[in-house]
Each structure stands twice: as structure tokens, then as C-alpha cells.
Write a protein that binds this ligand. Structure first.
Ligand code: COA
Length: 333
């Protein structure tokens, strides 16, 4: 397989969100919060929750649709990567569960945990497999069932998140002007205390005490994460634009992680792109963690709003901290 100058591109994609819609009024009735507070502070009006599903069940319909749309035999998938922090189980991996559900016979795969940057980190990983020739067709799923790890009595976190997943297929492009051009990814564990789940891992295994203390839920210092996200996401995005000689007018779409409308606005402002070039669906889905970016891409593609050759900037910030930005040119006609 020729590997020189191989560029990876998104050849198909789809998404899945649970049918059950939970508006801000759902929380208003249960907690000391208001629709007005949630909308003005975050941009969220409603979100979807799937209380009885594992993340692999959110990814499965998206994966099936992406494969069907591409018109390939599913047996041509040789690598599955699942970006998630809410795997069905600690082990086996969600990738194994998905492979089995899809009935793909000769592939390998793994999960990748980078919280809200999971999709971008997995995209960069998949891209390298395609570019090197080590993989021909990668099925990459990004999604989370955040309702599994939310404390529905904590107003500062439970209103922010939702459940959902997206799937893309990545393969080698025939056109050298199409595909993923650059990625600028970062981690900084100094952020570990500001957004995390206290127990359930090897450092603090589950016990009656950790359950009683509600240590299996998302804990966030919102203000600190907010400040880090505004700076981090805008910085890496500006760097990606600079090193690829991109001006704001060259960019068809900014595809930001959907955590907070004000973080999205700050990134767009730093890039100098107008709000009509920013994909936003946080109002309908909240923060689906590794699901936000593929959900946006898939919805905008379904609506016919992304054209062949369009330059897209994908940007994210999340727990870890993890953050990054990817520059790609759209390749589905
Ligand atoms: N309803 C009403 N009041 C709420 C509330 C809710 N759902 N959640 C928090 N508040 C209160 C707080 O208790 C606080 O009250 P106090 O001043 O009496 O202590 C007040 O609102 C302001 O809280 P603060 O955290 O400063 O608000 P904020 O403007 O920073 O907005 C977030 C909070 C969480 C929306 C915001 O910080 C944020 O989006 N952070 C980053 C999230 C993120 O990007 N995560 C990473 C990616 S996963």
C-alpha cells in the first residue's frame, strides 16, 4: 500500500441521539435553578438522556448508518476507535462491544479517553493509521452517555450535559487537497482537580463509602474550567490557523466542542469568524462530551450545509485538561 502523501478524509458520517427530550423545565421542577439561568449562562435549552442504554448502544445506530451511507461492506472496516469516558464497562472496551454488535470479523480496535477532546484525539490517531497505510478504513465513534455519571441533585453540573454519539469513517483520499491537514493537540494534568470523577478507578475503587459520598459523579469547578477553556481553545485554534496561513474568510465552518455558548463565542471572536460560520447545537443537546463535534458535523452534513473542499476548523477543550484544534477540508461530494 502506497503511504507517501496519503491524506485521510471523512468519507461518511452519521449520528444518534436518544428520543427522550429533557427541557430546562425538567430541572426547574426538581432543583433550585431556572430556564433563564441555564439558557443565559450556557446556551442550553434541552438535552437528550438515555437512562437505560450503554454508550455502545448510542454508537451502534450511528455506526450502522455511516457504513450504509458509504455503501461499503462492513467487513472492509479494519480498525474501530471509540472515544468515550462513559464506556459500557471498564473492560472489555466499547470498541469490542461495538465490533461484536456490528458483526465485523477481521478488525481490531480500542477505546480512547480524552473527555470532551476525545473525538479530536481519536481523529488524529485514526488519521495517522490511514496516512501510514496501517489501516484502510477506520470506524471512529465519539459519544457519551453522560447521564450515567451525573448527580441529578447537583444543579451546577447536571444541567450542562446530555447523551449522544456520532460516527465517521476515515479513509485515504484520492484528492490531495482533501482531508485532514493539521492537528494541534495538548494535555495538561494540572487540570485534574477541576473536572473529574473522584472514585471508580484504581486509585479509589468503588465501595459502599464512595457510593454514599456520591463519588461516582462528575465534579467540576465550573469557573476555573471556564477560564482555562476560553484561553486554551482559542489559543490552539489561532495557532492552527496561523501555521496553515488561514484567514477567517478562508474558513467555511468553525466546529467547536459544545460546552458553553460563551466559550464558543470567545473562540469564534479570536478567529475573527462571524457567528453564521459557527456550528452550534448546544441549545438542543447540551454537552455530549465526545459526541459534540461529530453530532455537529453530521447534522450540518444532513442539512446540506457543508460543501466539497470546505475548510473546517474543529476545536475542543475538556477534562484532563485536554484540548486541541484540527484543520481539514471536506471530502464528501
Ligand atoms: N442554576 C442556578 N444557579 C446556578 C446553577 C444552576 N444550574 N449552577 C450554578 N449556579 C450558581 C452557582 O452556585 C453560583 O452561585 P454563587 O455565586 O451564589 O456561588 C452562581 O450560579 C455562579 O456560578 P458560576 O460557576 O460562577 O457560574 P458561571 O457563570 O461560571 O457558569 C458554568 C457556570 C458551569 C455554566 C460555567 O462555569 C461553565 O460553562 N464552565 C465550563 C464548563 C466546561 O466547559 N466544561 C469543560 C468541558 S467538558
Amino acid at each position: 500500500m502506497k503511504t507517501e502523501n496519503r491524506r485521510a478524509y471523512i468519507s461518511s458520517l452519521a449520528h444518534y441521539v436518544p428520543e427522550e427530550v429533557y427541557s430546562n423545565q425538567f430541572f426547574e421542577k426538581r432543583l433550585d435553578t431556572s430556564d433563564e439561568w441555564i439558557r443565559t449562562r450556557t446556551g442550553i435549552s434541552e438535552r437528550r438522556f438515555a437512562f437505560n442504554k450503554g454508550t455502545s448502544e448510542l454508537m451502534l445506530p450511528a455506526a450502522e448508518k455511516a457504513i450504509a451511507r458509504r455503501g461499503i461492506d462492513k467487513q472492509d472496516i479494519d480498525l474501530i476507535i471509540c472515544a468515550t469516558i462513559t464506556p459500557d464497562h471498564v473492560f472489555p472496551s466499547t470498541a469490542c462491544l461495538l465490533q461484536n454488535k456490528l458483526g465485523i470479523k477481521h478488525c481490531w480496535g480500542f477505546d480512547l479517553a480524552a473527555a470532551c477532546s476525545g473525538f479530536l484525539f481519536a481523529l488524529e490517531t485514526a488519521r495517522r493509521f490511514i496516512e501510514s497505510g496501517a489501516a484502510q478504513r477506520v470506524l471512529l465513534c465519539g459519544g457519551d452517555r453522560m447521564s450515567a455519571i451525573l448527580d441529578f441533585e447537583d444543579r451546577s453540573t447536571c444541567v450542562l450535559f446530555g447523551d449522544g454519539a456520532g460516527a465517521i469513517i476515515l479513509e485515504a483520499s484520492d484528492d490531495p487537497e482533501i482531508g485532514v491537514f493539521d492537528a494541534n493537540l495538548r494535555i495538561d494534568g494540572a487540570g485534574k482537580d477541576f473536572l473529574y470523577m473522584p472514585a471508580g478507578g484504581s486509585a479509589k475503587p468503588p465501595s459502599a463509602e464512595t457510593v454514599a459520598n456520591k463519588e461516582h459523579y462528575v465534579v467540576q469547578d465550573g469557573r476555573t474550567v471556564f477560564r482555562a477553556a476560553v484561553v486554551g481553545m482559542a489559543d490552539v485554534t489561532a495557532e492552527v490557523m496561523e501555521r496553515n496561513n488561514l484567514r477567517a474568510e478562508d474558513v467555511a465552518w468553525l466546529v467547536p466542542h459544545q460546552a458553553n455558548m460563551r466559550i464558543i463565542g470567545a473562540t469564534a471572536e479570536r478567529m475573527g469568524v462571524s457567528s453564521d460560520k459557527v456550528m452550534v447545537n448546544i441549545d438542543r443537546y447540551g454537552n455530549t462530551t465526545a459526541g459534540t463535534i461529530p453530532l455537529c458535523l453530521s447534522e450540518w452534513y444532513d442539512a446540506g450545509k457543508i460543501q466539497y473542499g470546505d475548510r473546517l476548523i474543529l476545536s475542543s477543550f475538556g477534562a484532563g485538561y485536554t484540548w486541541g484544534s484540527v484543520y481539514l477540508r471536506w471530502g464528501i461530494k
